[in-house]
Design a protein around this ligand. Structure first.
Ligand code: SF4
Length: 347
């Protein structure tokens, strides 16, 4: 195997532009080559995402049906009970997920909510799942509280380039986002941060987003790349469609720039054909959300995902410690029971 691609934090606009300018096949070949240096190309990490508090968000993200600024007809929900969340986590684990992500539509978590989210982290972790949360902005104290509870990942997306940011969100700044990422990193948690394509941004904005992510002092361990889901009632409901080949190109460039990160195929997967999803896996995407719902936008049903994995010879990545035979046995039992039900396949 060739020498591993270096993880760099000094990507210039010209270098990233040159990657985007490569002929499609050359770009995909390069991305797949880098991908194989760091990952098993036939494994995809699987996470489940649950909305633990839905709607009425004070932020004005123009793509988001949960913003209280737009009337999208979304049913609002208060913070879920801890027991409800744990039951959903159990189901996610039984469906083969290794990471359980909990999202709340907040500008930032309030002090009064912290004991509940801390309890959720502890109990989900006790099930043997990796934990991830997205709760809005965090100061140093709250980041440390979550880290102390055992939260593995914190999701906080940069969304787009610094230049395009105020066309999409006006209730917070790019620097606010970077500050939260810094608090998360300082607390010792891992970072999940990416963006959304298809919001009317230019090719230069896509380069700007990827440079911001790759040039962070430590690259995010997880990089979700979303394709805009146009929701009626949001200001972006009629934005022009993104060329799917540009989406795949962006995945490939992200893979090359952040060779050791999981690049996650995230929102927008519902509108992608199986063939397109296969192409994104080839371009270096190696993580998906599965389950019924991706926060509040539709996500392909779990069963369909498993069938696609089977057709592509892809296995879900297992993230458990080899020492932890108890967890391992539990997951193997879950997988076995799914095989028995005919919805899984030989690993
Ligand atoms: S993306 Fe998050 S912060 Fe923005 S409006 Fe939606 S829930 Fe609120």
């Amino acid at each position: 195997m060739s020498e591993k691609a270096t993880i760099r934090h000094d990507w210039t606009v010209e270098e990233v532009q040159a990657l985007f300018d490569l002929p499609f096949n050359d770009l995909l070949f390069k991305a797949q080559t880098v991908h194989r240096q760091y990952f098993n190309p036939n494994e995809v990490q699987v996470s489940t995402l649950l909305s633990i508090k839905t709607g009425a968000c004070p932020e004005d993200c123009k793509y988001c049906p949960q913003s209280g600024h737009y009337n999208t007809g979304l049913e609002k929900e208060r913070l879920l009970q801890v027991e409800t969340v744990i039951e959903k986590a159990r189901q996610a684990k039984a469906s083969g997920s290794t990471r359980f992500c909990m999202g709340a539509a907040w500008k930032h978590p309030a002090d009064k909510d912290m004991p509940y989210v801390v309890e959720m982290v502890k109990q989900v972790k006790a099930l043997g799942l990796e934990t991830c949360m997205t709760l809005g902005m965090l100061d140093e104290g709250k980041a440390n509280q979550l880290a102390d509870a055992g939260l593995d990942y914190y999701n906080h997306n940069l969304d787009t380039s610094p230049e395009f940011y105020d066309k999409i969100i006006t209730t917070r700044t790019y620097q606010d986002r970077l500050d939260t990422l810094q608090h998360v990193r300082d607390s010792g948690m891992k970072i999940c941060s990416g963006g959304i394509l298809g919001m009317g941004e230019t090719a230069t904005d896509r380069i700007g987003l990827l440079r911001q992510l790759a040039n962070l002092p430590v690259q995010p361990e997880s990089v979700p790349i979303n394709m805009l889901v146009k929701v009626k009632g949001t200001p972006l409901e009629n934005v022009e469609d993104l060329d799917h080949l540009d989406f795949i190109r962006t995945i490939a460039v992200a893979r090359i720039m952040m060779p050791a990160s999981h690049v996650r195929l995230s929102a927008g997967r519902e509108s992608m054909s199986d063939e397109m999803q296969a192409m994104t896996f080839f371009a270096g995407a190696n993580s998906i959300f599965y389950g019924e719902c991706l926060l509040t936008t539709p996500n392909p049903e779990t069963h369909k995902d498993l069938q696609l994995f089977k057709r592509l010879g892809i296995n879900p990545e297992q993230r458990i410690s080899v020492d932890d035979t108890v967890q391992e046995a539990a997951i193997m039992k879950d997988l076995q029971s799914q095989q028995d039900q005919g919805i899984f396949y030989e690993a």
